[in-house]
Design a protein around this ligand. Structure first.
Ligand code: SAM
Length: 214
C-alpha cells in the first residue's frame, strides 16, 4: 500500500471535496501517517472515510471530522492548543503540525501511554500528554488559543470555556449520549458566542463536567 498516495486521495476526495479550504489543515492532514495510529489489523482501512476502533472501546475519528474540527479552531500557526481525549494521538498530531504547542488530556492511562510513545517515535516534540479528567482543563498552561474536545458532552464544560484566551475558540460536541451538535464556543471579551456547526456522534466525555461513569 502506498500510504502517501492514500493520504493524498483521502485529503482530495473526503476532505477538500467536502469544503475544507484551510491549506494549513489540508497540509497537516496530508503529512500525518494515520495508518500508524490504528491497530495493525486495520492499517488497510486507515485512510477510509469512517472512524475506526482503538483500544479501550474508543475510536479514532473519521478523517473529515478531524480536519473539520481543526479548521473550526482557525489556527494560523504558533498557538497553544488543548485537546481533551487524546485517544490514539492522531488529532493531537494534526494539531501539532500547525500549533506551537499541543496539550492533550486522556483519562485512560493505557491510551495516554501508547499515544505518548507513538508521538515521540514520530518525533512530535511539541505535544504534551497527561492522564486526567479533561473536563477540568489544564489550568497550569491556560489560557489556550484553541480547545478541541473529541468526546461528546451533555454540556459545554465550564472550566474549558474559562480557560479560553480572549478571541479563542472551543470546539465541543454537546448533546445526548447518542447524538450531539458540534458547537463552536468563542470568547470575545466578556461575551461568549455559541455557534452550531453540525450534528455528530462521539463516544462519551466522562468526568466532573461531562457524563458520570456508569
Ligand atoms: N482524539 C482521538 C484520536 O485522535 O484518536 C479520538 C478520541 S476518542 C473519540 C475520545 C477519547 O476521549 C477516548 O480516548 C476517551 O477515553 C477520552 N475521554 C473521555 N472522557 C474524557 C475526559 N474527561 N478526559 C480526558 N479524556 C476523556
Amino acid at each position: 500500500m502506498d500510504f502517501p498516495i492514500e493520504r493524498e486521495r483521502m485529503v482530495e476526495e473526503q476532505i477538500r471535496a467536502r469544503g475544507i479550504k484551510d491549506e494549513l489543515v489540508l497540509e497537516a492532514v496530508k503529512k500525518v501517517p494515520r495508518h500508524q495510529f490504528v491497530n495493525e489489523s486495520l492499517v488497510g482501512e486507515a485512510y477510509n472515510d469512517y472512524p475506526l476502533p482503538i483500544p479501550g472501546g474508543q475510536t479514532i475519528s473519521q478523517p473529515y471530522m478531524v480536519a473539520m474540527m481543526t479548521e473550526c479552531l482557525g489556527l494560523k500557526g504558533g498557538e497553544r492548543s488543548l485537546e481533551v481525549g487524546t485517544g490514539s494521538g492522531y488529532q493531537a498530531a494534526v494539531l501539532a503540525e500547525i500549533a506551537y504547542k499541543v496539550y492533550s488530556i486522556e483519562r485512560d492511562p493505557h491510551l495516554a501511554r501508547m499515544a505518548r510513545e507513538l508521538l515521540s517515535k514520530l518525533n512530535y516534540k511539541n505535544v504534551v500528554i497527561k492522564v486526567g479528567d479533561g473536563t477540568l482543563g489544564w489550568r497550569e498552561f491556560a489560557p489556550f488559543d484553541g480547545i478541541i474536545v473529541t468526546a461528546g458532552s451533555p454540556v459545554v464544560p465550564k472550566p474549558l470555556q474559562d480557560q479560553l484566551k480572549d478571541g479563542g475558540r472551543l470546539i465541543v460536541p454537546v448533546g445526548s449520549s447518542a447524538f450531539q451538535n458540534l458547537m463552536c464556543v468563542e470568547k470575545k471579551g466578556p461575551k461568549i458566542k455559541n455557534r452550531k456547526i453540525c450534528g455528530c456522534t462521539f463516544v462519551p466525555l466522562i468526568g466532573d463536567h461531562g457524563w458520570t461513569q456508569e
